[in-house]
Write a protein that binds this ligand. Structure first.
Ligand code: NAD
Length: 411
Protein backbone atom coordinates (compact mmCIF):
# COMPACT_ATOMS: atom_id res chain seq x y z
CA UNK A 1 0.00 0.00 0.00
CA UNK A 2 1.33 3.46 -0.88
CA UNK A 3 1.79 5.95 1.98
CA UNK A 4 -1.01 8.15 0.55
CA UNK A 5 -3.44 5.19 0.34
CA UNK A 6 -2.47 4.22 3.86
CA UNK A 7 -3.22 7.64 5.28
CA UNK A 8 -6.54 7.64 3.41
CA UNK A 9 -7.63 4.54 5.30
CA UNK A 10 -8.03 6.81 8.33
CA UNK A 11 -6.11 4.72 10.81
CA UNK A 12 -6.66 6.35 14.20
CA UNK A 13 -3.95 8.01 16.22
CA UNK A 14 -4.75 5.53 18.99
CA UNK A 15 -3.94 2.62 16.71
CA UNK A 16 -0.72 4.31 15.75
CA UNK A 17 0.20 4.88 19.39
CA UNK A 18 -0.60 1.26 20.16
CA UNK A 19 1.83 0.30 17.44
CA UNK A 20 4.87 1.90 18.97
CA UNK A 21 8.13 0.05 19.21
CA UNK A 22 9.46 -2.35 16.70
CA UNK A 23 6.44 -2.00 14.39
CA UNK A 24 6.48 1.78 14.31
CA UNK A 25 10.19 1.74 13.62
CA UNK A 26 9.87 -0.76 10.79
CA UNK A 27 6.80 1.04 9.36
CA UNK A 28 8.66 4.32 9.34
CA UNK A 29 11.65 2.71 7.71
CA UNK A 30 9.33 1.01 5.24
CA UNK A 31 7.56 4.29 4.47
CA UNK A 32 10.87 6.05 4.10
CA UNK A 33 12.20 3.42 1.72
CA UNK A 34 8.85 3.09 -0.09
CA UNK A 35 8.75 -0.62 0.77
CA UNK A 36 5.38 -2.21 1.67
CA UNK A 37 5.13 -2.50 5.44
CA UNK A 38 2.43 -5.13 5.32
CA UNK A 39 0.50 -3.43 8.20
CA UNK A 40 -0.93 -0.12 9.51
CA UNK A 41 1.36 2.89 9.33
CA UNK A 42 1.02 5.85 11.77
CA UNK A 43 -0.84 8.82 10.26
CA UNK A 44 1.18 11.83 9.17
CA UNK A 45 0.77 14.79 11.60
CA UNK A 46 -2.02 17.14 10.53
CA UNK A 47 -2.64 20.77 11.42
CA UNK A 48 -5.37 21.01 14.05
CA UNK A 49 -7.25 23.97 15.62
CA UNK A 50 -7.33 24.63 19.32
CA UNK A 51 -8.93 27.30 21.52
CA UNK A 52 -7.52 30.86 21.55
CA UNK A 53 -4.45 30.88 23.82
CA UNK A 54 -4.02 33.54 26.47
CA UNK A 55 -2.35 36.38 24.54
CA UNK A 56 0.65 38.18 25.95
CA UNK A 57 -0.37 41.24 23.94
CA UNK A 58 -3.84 41.83 22.51
CA UNK A 59 -4.25 41.40 18.77
CA UNK A 60 -3.20 44.30 16.57
CA UNK A 61 -5.70 46.22 14.45
CA UNK A 62 -5.90 45.60 10.74
CA UNK A 63 -4.07 48.31 8.74
CA UNK A 64 -7.28 50.08 7.70
CA UNK A 65 -8.51 50.36 11.30
CA UNK A 66 -5.26 51.88 12.61
CA UNK A 67 -4.98 55.60 13.20
CA UNK A 68 -2.79 57.33 10.61
CA UNK A 69 0.16 59.32 11.93
CA UNK A 70 2.04 62.15 10.25
CA UNK A 71 5.52 62.73 11.68
CA UNK A 72 6.74 66.34 11.57
CA UNK A 73 10.54 66.52 11.75
CA UNK A 74 12.66 63.60 10.57
CA UNK A 75 15.57 63.98 12.97
CA UNK A 76 17.50 61.58 15.16
CA UNK A 77 14.78 60.62 17.57
CA UNK A 78 12.01 60.26 14.99
CA UNK A 79 14.07 58.16 12.60
CA UNK A 80 15.92 55.97 15.07
CA UNK A 81 13.21 55.31 17.61
CA UNK A 82 9.68 56.49 16.89
CA UNK A 83 9.22 55.43 13.26
CA UNK A 84 10.35 51.87 14.03
CA UNK A 85 8.12 51.89 17.14
CA UNK A 86 5.06 52.97 15.13
CA UNK A 87 5.42 49.72 13.20
CA UNK A 88 5.27 47.72 16.44
CA UNK A 89 2.07 49.32 17.73
CA UNK A 90 -1.39 47.79 17.68
CA UNK A 91 -3.37 50.88 16.73
CA UNK A 92 -1.11 53.18 14.70
CA UNK A 93 0.48 53.36 11.28
CA UNK A 94 2.65 55.91 9.52
CA UNK A 95 0.71 57.61 6.73
CA UNK A 96 2.62 60.87 6.19
CA UNK A 97 5.98 62.53 6.74
CA UNK A 98 6.67 66.25 7.01
CA UNK A 99 10.17 67.57 6.49
CA UNK A 100 12.16 70.54 5.23
CA UNK A 101 14.33 68.17 3.21
CA UNK A 102 12.35 66.74 0.28
CA UNK A 103 14.94 64.13 -0.60
CA UNK A 104 15.04 62.77 2.96
CA UNK A 105 11.24 62.84 3.18
CA UNK A 106 10.90 60.82 -0.04
CA UNK A 107 13.50 58.28 1.11
CA UNK A 108 11.81 57.81 4.50
CA UNK A 109 8.38 57.58 2.88
CA UNK A 110 9.62 54.93 0.45
CA UNK A 111 11.23 52.93 3.27
CA UNK A 112 7.97 52.88 5.25
CA UNK A 113 5.53 52.43 2.37
CA UNK A 114 4.08 55.95 2.62
CA UNK A 115 2.68 57.04 -0.77
CA UNK A 116 3.94 60.20 -2.50
CA UNK A 117 0.67 61.94 -1.52
CA UNK A 118 1.76 61.55 2.13
CA UNK A 119 4.99 63.51 1.70
CA UNK A 120 4.70 67.10 2.95
CA UNK A 121 7.09 70.01 3.27
CA UNK A 122 6.90 72.51 6.12
CA UNK A 123 5.48 74.99 3.61
CA UNK A 124 2.64 72.88 2.21
CA UNK A 125 1.77 71.23 5.53
CA UNK A 126 -1.62 72.92 5.80
CA UNK A 127 -3.04 70.83 2.95
CA UNK A 128 -2.87 67.93 5.44
CA UNK A 129 -6.32 69.13 6.53
CA UNK A 130 -7.76 67.29 3.50
CA UNK A 131 -5.69 64.15 4.01
CA UNK A 132 -8.12 61.60 5.40
CA UNK A 133 -5.31 59.10 6.00
CA UNK A 134 -3.89 61.36 8.74
CA UNK A 135 -5.55 61.36 12.18
CA UNK A 136 -2.60 62.37 14.37
CA UNK A 137 0.25 64.81 13.85
CA UNK A 138 3.39 63.98 15.84
CA UNK A 139 5.53 67.08 16.47
CA UNK A 140 9.17 66.05 16.95
CA UNK A 141 10.90 69.33 16.22
CA UNK A 142 13.19 71.50 18.40
CA UNK A 143 11.39 72.65 21.56
CA UNK A 144 10.74 76.24 20.50
CA UNK A 145 8.74 74.99 17.49
CA UNK A 146 6.38 72.74 19.47
CA UNK A 147 3.76 75.39 20.22
CA UNK A 148 3.38 76.81 16.71
CA UNK A 149 3.28 73.35 15.09
CA UNK A 150 0.79 72.01 17.59
CA UNK A 151 -1.48 74.96 16.88
CA UNK A 152 -1.04 74.50 13.14
CA UNK A 153 -1.87 70.79 13.37
CA UNK A 154 -4.93 71.45 15.54
CA UNK A 155 -6.13 74.08 13.05
CA UNK A 156 -5.82 71.41 10.36
CA UNK A 157 -8.22 69.30 12.44
CA UNK A 158 -5.68 66.72 13.63
CA UNK A 159 -5.00 65.26 17.06
CA UNK A 160 -1.53 66.20 18.31
CA UNK A 161 1.18 64.11 19.93
CA UNK A 162 4.00 66.49 20.88
CA UNK A 163 7.49 65.76 22.15
CA UNK A 164 8.70 66.84 25.58
CA UNK A 165 9.24 69.45 26.86
CA UNK A 166 5.75 70.54 25.85
CA UNK A 167 6.99 74.04 24.94
CA UNK A 168 9.26 76.80 26.20
CA UNK A 169 6.84 78.95 28.24
CA UNK A 170 3.64 78.40 30.20
CA UNK A 171 1.85 80.79 27.85
CA UNK A 172 2.78 78.62 24.85
CA UNK A 173 1.55 75.50 26.66
CA UNK A 174 -1.79 77.18 27.33
CA UNK A 175 -2.10 78.15 23.68
CA UNK A 176 -1.50 74.54 22.68
CA UNK A 177 -4.15 73.25 25.09
CA UNK A 178 -6.63 75.90 23.89
CA UNK A 179 -5.94 75.24 20.20
CA UNK A 180 -6.64 71.51 20.59
CA UNK A 181 -9.73 72.16 22.71
CA UNK A 182 -11.09 74.66 20.16
CA UNK A 183 -10.56 72.16 17.37
CA UNK A 184 -12.11 69.36 19.44
CA UNK A 185 -8.91 67.34 19.12
CA UNK A 186 -6.82 65.43 21.68
CA UNK A 187 -3.34 66.43 22.82
CA UNK A 188 -0.70 64.24 24.43
CA UNK A 189 2.85 65.08 25.44
CA UNK A 190 5.31 62.29 24.64
CA UNK A 191 6.42 61.23 28.11
CA UNK A 192 7.64 57.73 27.42
CA UNK A 193 9.15 56.75 30.79
CA UNK A 194 5.92 55.94 32.69
CA UNK A 195 5.17 53.38 29.93
CA UNK A 196 8.56 51.75 30.45
CA UNK A 197 8.06 48.40 32.24
CA UNK A 198 10.53 49.05 35.13
CA UNK A 199 9.15 52.52 35.81
CA UNK A 200 5.60 51.20 35.51
CA UNK A 201 6.37 48.51 38.09
CA UNK A 202 7.92 51.09 40.45
CA UNK A 203 4.78 53.24 40.11
CA UNK A 204 2.59 50.20 40.80
CA UNK A 205 4.57 49.17 43.89
CA UNK A 206 4.54 52.67 45.33
CA UNK A 207 0.82 53.24 44.69
CA UNK A 208 0.01 49.84 46.20
CA UNK A 209 1.85 50.93 49.36
CA UNK A 210 4.36 48.06 49.07
CA UNK A 211 7.29 50.32 50.00
CA UNK A 212 5.52 52.53 52.55
CA UNK A 213 5.90 56.31 52.64
CA UNK A 214 8.45 57.90 50.32
CA UNK A 215 11.10 59.83 52.26
CA UNK A 216 13.66 60.90 49.66
CA UNK A 217 14.16 60.65 45.92
CA UNK A 218 17.52 61.10 44.22
CA UNK A 219 17.34 61.60 40.46
CA UNK A 220 20.21 62.38 38.09
CA UNK A 221 20.16 62.84 34.34
CA UNK A 222 23.09 63.85 32.23
CA UNK A 223 24.93 63.28 29.01
CA UNK A 224 27.65 65.16 27.14
CA UNK A 225 26.36 67.84 24.75
CA UNK A 226 28.24 68.03 21.48
CA UNK A 227 27.21 71.19 19.61
CA UNK A 228 29.03 69.88 16.53
CA UNK A 229 26.34 67.19 16.11
CA UNK A 230 23.22 68.38 14.22
CA UNK A 231 20.85 67.06 16.91
CA UNK A 232 22.80 68.94 19.60
CA UNK A 233 23.37 72.18 17.70
CA UNK A 234 19.90 73.54 18.40
CA UNK A 235 20.09 72.25 21.98
CA UNK A 236 22.90 74.74 22.62
CA UNK A 237 20.80 77.68 21.34
CA UNK A 238 18.35 79.24 23.79
CA UNK A 239 16.13 80.48 20.94
CA UNK A 240 15.43 76.91 19.77
CA UNK A 241 15.89 74.88 22.95
CA UNK A 242 14.17 77.27 25.38
CA UNK A 243 16.27 75.88 28.22
CA UNK A 244 19.33 73.74 28.76
CA UNK A 245 19.96 70.32 30.22
CA UNK A 246 16.95 70.75 32.52
CA UNK A 247 14.51 71.17 29.60
CA UNK A 248 16.13 68.35 27.68
CA UNK A 249 16.91 65.59 30.19
CA UNK A 250 16.54 67.00 33.70
CA UNK A 251 12.82 66.90 32.87
CA UNK A 252 13.02 63.10 33.36
CA UNK A 253 14.14 63.62 36.97
CA UNK A 254 11.35 66.13 37.50
CA UNK A 255 8.56 64.20 35.81
CA UNK A 256 9.85 60.97 37.38
CA UNK A 257 9.60 62.42 40.89
CA UNK A 258 6.04 63.48 40.04
CA UNK A 259 4.87 60.09 38.75
CA UNK A 260 6.66 58.14 41.47
CA UNK A 261 5.23 60.21 44.33
CA UNK A 262 1.91 60.82 42.55
CA UNK A 263 2.21 64.40 43.85
CA UNK A 264 3.22 67.82 42.59
CA UNK A 265 6.04 69.70 44.34
CA UNK A 266 5.13 72.74 46.42
CA UNK A 267 8.58 74.37 46.62
CA UNK A 268 11.86 74.26 44.71
CA UNK A 269 15.43 75.35 45.51
CA UNK A 270 18.20 75.32 42.93
CA UNK A 271 21.83 76.05 42.13
CA UNK A 272 23.38 76.51 38.72
CA UNK A 273 26.57 74.54 38.44
CA UNK A 274 27.17 75.87 34.91
CA UNK A 275 24.78 78.76 34.23
CA UNK A 276 23.81 79.96 30.75
CA UNK A 277 26.80 81.55 29.01
CA UNK A 278 29.38 79.14 30.49
CA UNK A 279 31.99 77.73 28.10
CA UNK A 280 31.00 74.51 26.38
CA UNK A 281 33.17 71.81 24.85
CA UNK A 282 35.89 73.57 22.87
CA UNK A 283 35.61 76.67 25.06
CA UNK A 284 32.83 78.49 23.12
CA UNK A 285 30.13 79.86 25.46
CA UNK A 286 26.79 78.07 25.35
CA UNK A 287 23.50 79.97 25.64
CA UNK A 288 21.78 77.51 27.94
CA UNK A 289 22.67 76.08 31.33
CA UNK A 290 24.86 72.98 31.23
CA UNK A 291 24.60 72.00 34.87
CA UNK A 292 21.91 72.52 37.48
CA UNK A 293 21.02 70.90 40.81
CA UNK A 294 17.67 71.34 42.52
CA UNK A 295 15.45 69.99 45.25
CA UNK A 296 11.67 69.71 45.27
CA UNK A 297 9.55 69.44 48.41
CA UNK A 298 6.35 67.41 48.05
CA UNK A 299 3.20 67.87 50.13
CA UNK A 300 3.41 64.31 51.55
CA UNK A 301 6.80 65.12 53.10
CA UNK A 302 9.10 63.62 50.44
CA UNK A 303 12.03 65.62 49.12
CA UNK A 304 13.56 64.99 45.68
CA UNK A 305 17.22 65.88 45.05
CA UNK A 306 17.91 66.19 41.36
CA UNK A 307 20.73 67.03 39.01
CA UNK A 308 20.99 67.42 35.30
CA UNK A 309 24.07 68.08 33.22
CA UNK A 310 25.34 68.40 29.68
CA UNK A 311 28.96 67.88 30.67
CA UNK A 312 29.21 64.40 32.16
CA UNK A 313 28.93 60.88 30.81
CA UNK A 314 25.51 59.26 30.53
CA UNK A 315 23.69 58.98 33.85
CA UNK A 316 19.95 58.37 33.90
CA UNK A 317 18.98 57.12 37.32
CA UNK A 318 16.27 57.55 39.92
CA UNK A 319 16.31 56.14 43.43
CA UNK A 320 13.34 56.16 45.77
CA UNK A 321 14.07 55.76 49.47
CA UNK A 322 10.88 54.70 51.20
CA UNK A 323 9.93 53.47 54.65
CA UNK A 324 10.13 49.74 53.90
CA UNK A 325 11.97 49.51 50.58
CA UNK A 326 14.43 51.30 48.39
CA UNK A 327 13.74 51.25 44.64
CA UNK A 328 16.71 51.88 42.38
CA UNK A 329 15.96 52.53 38.72
CA UNK A 330 19.43 52.55 37.18
CA UNK A 331 19.31 53.20 34.38
CA UNK A 332 15.81 54.60 34.69
CA UNK A 333 15.10 56.31 31.41
CA UNK A 334 17.33 54.83 28.73
CA UNK A 335 15.70 53.73 25.49
CA UNK A 336 16.67 50.14 26.26
CA UNK A 337 18.05 48.12 29.15
CA UNK A 338 16.53 49.88 32.18
CA UNK A 339 16.63 48.04 35.51
CA UNK A 340 14.76 48.07 38.79
CA UNK A 341 16.43 46.83 41.98
CA UNK A 342 14.29 46.62 45.08
CA UNK A 343 16.03 46.42 48.45
CA UNK A 344 14.06 45.34 51.52
CA UNK A 345 15.10 44.16 54.95
CA UNK A 346 15.20 40.59 53.66
CA UNK A 347 17.52 41.42 50.76
CA UNK A 348 17.64 42.63 47.15
CA UNK A 349 15.47 41.58 44.24
CA UNK A 350 15.52 42.43 40.59
CA UNK A 351 12.11 41.66 39.09
CA UNK A 352 12.15 40.37 35.52
CA UNK A 353 10.07 42.75 33.48
CA UNK A 354 9.44 43.48 29.81
CA UNK A 355 11.88 45.08 27.42
CA UNK A 356 12.36 48.82 27.85
CA UNK A 357 11.70 49.68 24.20
CA UNK A 358 8.03 48.85 24.80
CA UNK A 359 7.81 52.35 26.27
CA UNK A 360 7.59 53.87 22.77
CA UNK A 361 4.91 51.45 21.65
CA UNK A 362 3.05 52.01 24.92
CA UNK A 363 2.83 55.78 24.62
CA UNK A 364 1.80 55.66 20.94
CA UNK A 365 -0.93 53.08 21.55
CA UNK A 366 -2.12 54.94 24.65
CA UNK A 367 -2.74 58.06 22.60
CA UNK A 368 -4.52 56.08 19.89
CA UNK A 369 -6.72 54.42 22.55
CA UNK A 370 -7.49 57.78 24.18
CA UNK A 371 -8.61 59.14 20.80
CA UNK A 372 -10.74 56.07 20.04
CA UNK A 373 -12.31 56.07 23.50
CA UNK A 374 -12.77 59.83 23.50
CA UNK A 375 -10.92 60.35 26.78
CA UNK A 376 -7.82 62.09 28.05
CA UNK A 377 -4.58 60.06 27.81
CA UNK A 378 -3.67 58.39 31.12
CA UNK A 379 -0.25 60.09 31.06
CA UNK A 380 1.15 63.13 29.29
CA UNK A 381 -1.93 65.33 29.28
CA UNK A 382 -1.55 68.98 28.26
CA UNK A 383 -1.90 70.16 31.89
CA UNK A 384 0.82 67.68 32.97
CA UNK A 385 3.20 69.05 30.31
CA UNK A 386 2.30 72.62 31.24
CA UNK A 387 2.98 71.94 34.91
CA UNK A 388 6.46 70.59 34.17
CA UNK A 389 7.25 73.77 32.24
CA UNK A 390 5.86 75.85 35.14
CA UNK A 391 8.07 73.94 37.62
CA UNK A 392 11.17 74.22 35.38
CA UNK A 393 10.64 77.98 35.15
CA UNK A 394 10.48 78.10 38.99
CA UNK A 395 13.69 76.02 39.18
CA UNK A 396 15.46 78.54 36.96
CA UNK A 397 14.10 81.38 39.10
CA UNK A 398 15.37 79.67 42.27
CA UNK A 399 18.81 79.17 40.67
CA UNK A 400 18.96 82.81 39.54
CA UNK A 401 17.86 84.30 42.86
CA UNK A 402 19.34 81.76 45.26
CA UNK A 403 15.97 81.68 47.07
CA UNK A 404 13.35 78.95 47.53
CA UNK A 405 10.45 79.41 45.12
CA UNK A 406 6.90 78.24 45.74
CA UNK A 407 5.20 76.28 43.00
CA UNK A 408 1.53 77.12 42.55
CA UNK A 409 -0.82 74.13 42.26
CA UNK A 410 -1.46 72.68 38.79
CA UNK A 411 -4.49 74.38 37.28
P1 NAD B 1 17.05 66.50 15.81
O1 NAD B 1 17.84 67.76 15.64
O2 NAD B 1 17.70 65.21 15.47
O3 NAD B 1 15.70 66.59 14.99
C1 NAD B 1 15.00 67.78 14.84
C2 NAD B 1 14.37 67.83 13.47
O4 NAD B 1 13.73 69.10 13.34
C3 NAD B 1 15.38 67.71 12.32
O5 NAD B 1 14.88 66.87 11.33
C4 NAD B 1 15.49 69.14 11.82
O6 NAD B 1 15.77 69.21 10.43
C5 NAD B 1 14.11 69.66 12.10
N1 NAD B 1 14.04 71.14 12.19
C6 NAD B 1 13.05 71.89 11.67
N2 NAD B 1 13.29 73.18 11.88
C7 NAD B 1 14.45 73.26 12.53
C8 NAD B 1 15.22 74.36 13.01
N3 NAD B 1 14.81 75.62 12.87
N4 NAD B 1 16.36 74.09 13.67
C9 NAD B 1 16.78 72.81 13.85
N5 NAD B 1 16.09 71.73 13.40
C10 NAD B 1 14.93 71.95 12.75
O7 NAD B 1 16.54 66.51 17.32
P2 NAD B 1 15.87 65.29 18.13
O8 NAD B 1 16.86 64.76 19.08
O9 NAD B 1 15.19 64.37 17.22
O10 NAD B 1 14.79 66.11 19.03
C11 NAD B 1 13.56 66.58 18.50
C12 NAD B 1 12.54 66.70 19.64
O11 NAD B 1 12.36 65.43 20.21
C13 NAD B 1 12.96 67.62 20.78
O12 NAD B 1 11.84 68.31 21.28
C14 NAD B 1 13.47 66.69 21.85
O13 NAD B 1 13.30 67.18 23.16
C15 NAD B 1 12.60 65.48 21.61
N6 NAD B 1 13.25 64.23 22.00
C16 NAD B 1 12.58 63.41 22.81
C17 NAD B 1 13.16 62.22 23.21
C18 NAD B 1 12.38 61.28 24.09
O14 NAD B 1 12.98 60.33 24.57
N7 NAD B 1 11.10 61.49 24.28
C19 NAD B 1 14.43 61.89 22.78
C20 NAD B 1 15.10 62.76 21.92
C21 NAD B 1 14.49 63.93 21.53
Amino acid sequence: MSRRAFVATGVSAGAAVAGVGAFAGSAARAAASGEAAGGALPPAPRAAGRPMPELERPLADSPERRLGWAVVGLGDFALNHMLPALGRTRHCRLTAVVSGNAEKARAVAAAYGVPASGVYSYDDFDRIRDDRTVDVVYVVLPNALHAAWTERAARAGKHVFCEKPMAVTEAECRRMIDACARAGRRLMIAYRAPFEPHNAEAIRMLRAGEAGAIREIVADHGRPLDPEKPADRWRAEAALAGGGSLYDIGIYSLNGARYLTGEDPVEVRATYRKPPGSPGPGGRPIDVEQGIAWTMRFPGGAVAHCTSGYDFQNVKRIQVMAERASLALDPATEYEGNRLIVTRERGREEPKLGESSLQFVGELDEFASAIRENREPRRGTGPEGLHDVRIMQRIYEAARTGRPVEVPPAR
